[in-house]
Design a protein around this ligand. Structure first.
Ligand code: MF3
Ligand code: CO
Ligand code: CO
Length: 273
């Protein structure tokens, strides 16, 4: 496994790409309303990226080994869809939960981030709790990132919080190194044991993107070759940030004016920095 250690110049380019990815989510948020189709959200994001930002939507025609080219510019994963939901003619309705996952390419560098949205601002108690526990899982994972820590520290923090709250962690998909390439080493698992796995080093950049299910962890792929659903059709949530390892801890690169602030405990102890 060869993990990229980024130069200061590359890090500066990644800061820009990652902020732009987060700004696409800021832009689309007001459109996530009952009645909108995920296809419309895809077109709006596509046009904003291409015509306003002048960024390239990385998912469009992305074809990792064993996959056919991805047909759209964003992933939109509704309710029991875990990830890689392909935008289509289905309209969102009040109470749906939807993950929108944006990856931009700017100046050759990738920024990757996703958020959950509750359609019509109000969902079931369970849906709301799943979204907020998953958000906390993401930030608990981020809080472990510093030189000398290990990837298993991140996975363990996420798994423990999800399972303590009666939820389960998807095993088949993970966070990833990112930079000039969309997906590269290392794989960042969302479960694991403290003190195990690759040692984290200054200059690494990777995503943390836990997928947490309300029911069992098992998933299935739909016949479109992309969409991943929970096998038991229970709800699933996901949040994603791209994170740089700094000399003393971490810098979350996919921040912007409209993104939800970290939980209050991030800046007040609890293993952060
Ligand atoms: N953005 C996803 C991730 O977080 C990957 C999507 S691949 C696609 O890694 F082709 F479906 F877009
Ligand atoms: Co990612
Ligand atoms: Co993503």
């Amino acid at each position: 496994m060869s993990v990229t250690i980024h130069t200061p110049e590359e890090i500066e380019s990644m800061r820009v790409a990652c902020r732009l990815a987060s700004e696409v989510l800021d832009y689309i948020e007001p459109y996530v309303q009952p009645g909108v189709t995920t296809e419309e959200l895809d077109r709006l994001c596509h046009d904003y990226q291409v015509n306003v930002q002048r960024t390239i939507p990385a998912p469009l025609n992305y074809a990792p080994p064993g996959y056919k080219p991805y047909p759209k510019s964003i992933c939109s994963s509704v309710n029991h869809v875990v990830c890689h939901g392909v935008p289509g003619p289905r309209a969102l309705k009040k109470g749906d939960i939807v993950n929108l996952d944006i990856t931009v390419i700017n100046d050759g560098f990738h920024g990757d981030t996703s958020r959950m949205f509750v359609v019509g601002k109000e969902g079931s108690k369970q849906a709301e709790r799943l979204c907020s526990i998953t958000f906390e899982c993401l930030w608990l994972g981020i809080s472990k990132v510093r030189p000398g820590a290990r990837l298993g520290d991140i996975g363990h923090a996420i798994q423990q919080h999800a399972e303590t709250n009666g939820f389960s962690v998807v095993r088949e998909f993970c966070g990833h190194g990112i930079g000039r390439k969309f997906h590269e080493d290392p794989q960042v698992l969302h479960y694991g044991k403290p003190g195990t796995g690759l040692e984290i080093r200054e200059g690494m950049i990777f995503t943390i993107e836990p997928m947490i299910n309300a029911g069992r962890a098992a998933v299935s792929e739909l016949p479109d070759g992309w969409t991943i659903v929970t096998r038991d059709r229970s709800l699933s949530a996901q949040w994603e940030h791209t994170v740089l390892v700094t000399p003393t801890g971490h810098e979350v690169l996919t921040l912007s004016a409209g993104c939800p602030p970290p939980p209050a405990w991030m800046n007040s102890g609890s293993g952060a920095t």
